[in-house]
Design a protein around this ligand. Sequence first.
Ligand code: C5P
Length: 405
Amino acid sequence: MKQLNNKHFVLGLTGGIACYKAAELCRSLIKQGATVQVVMTDAASQFITPVTMQALSDRPVFSSQWDPRQTNNMAHINLSRDADAILIAPASADFVAKLLHGRADDLLSLMCLARPIDKVPLIIAPAMNKEMWANPATQRNTAQLKLDGVHVLGVGVGDQACGEVGDGRMLEPFEIVEELESFFTKKVLKGKHVLITAGPTYEAIDPVRGITNLSSGKMGFAIAKACQRAGAFVRLISGPVALNSPRGVERINVTSAQQMYQAVLERVSQADIFVATAAVADWRASSSGEQKIKKMNTSGPPQIDLVENPDILKTVAQLPKAKSGELYCVGFAAESEELQTLAVAKRKSKGVPLLVANLGPATFGRDENALLLVDETGVRELAWASKDELAVELVGEISRRIGSS
Ligand code: C5P
């Protein structure tokens, strides 16, 4: 899914060593379906050449408001009017200060000042030395720019080109692309608080072995990302998985079903929506010894007594706030056969308004899936697609059902 399809950006580069990342950023934007018009300040041209940016953007680069290639000599108007956003990356401390004062003594600052504020948003990705970033002047300037309606992205933390370590690095190109994708997502869950469980649980039998399952957590993480982009505050309670947290999502790591149960119950009172994607182990060993169970030659395999884990979804669906509709619960079912029949029955047994079924063996660990949505009115199929795309569709379905779209 190309999330920035048909979007057009003016990509403004200002003076800073992070200009080298702007080349990758330009490529990434184009890979996501966008078109890019590069505008550079003279200072930016000290760090990377317009030739590089022209080759990557497939358009001539502009730097001067006196550029004769524009027949009416109004590059600042002509180049910005059809843009979906002006993105300044990197935005130097000096350029941030300039924007704050509404100065317009070069093409890029002129273009920012002359843009129709309601139609062409301005997004900046600051990049500077940590002391420059921490300086009260820069902090004051960025705070005021936010009040002026500029979308100021955060900065990264870590090694800086000057040899110092701290806040002020430009976000990585992939992070900026994610921020843009989020920026253009309709905020259908604005103000909502979503609690999600994801991944498998792991039930220890002894210190080295345990009971778990093949859930990768990818579907739950995709839903967390889609909810966050749709404007929700998202808490993601995850079993053991090898996935990075979606940007802006609060993640709580747990191992066992009992820990997941506790983590959910501690937080559910704040939630408006609960999505249980986790593949929770139904049973755990009644006791887990402190030492590894040894293979005994004579006595055969050990007997492992199992006890049932608490059903997190069922418990939450029974809470008064779920029954009153203040909390909207979505359950999942990973089946291996008879999807529809089992899903309809599971929705009833769990007591949830919406149950999403999928064929576990067909999707475990994969980036794609197909979903069957079952509610009181019937069944809707979401055909085989990427988990990211399905998550976006599911968020739309949930927001419609709770009347928040
Ligand atoms: O009963 P089954 O495991 O098939 O139900 C699946 C649904 O119930 C999923 O939404 C899953 O997250 C949830 N579940 C739960 N706690 C359990 C078992 C399942 O929340 N102990």
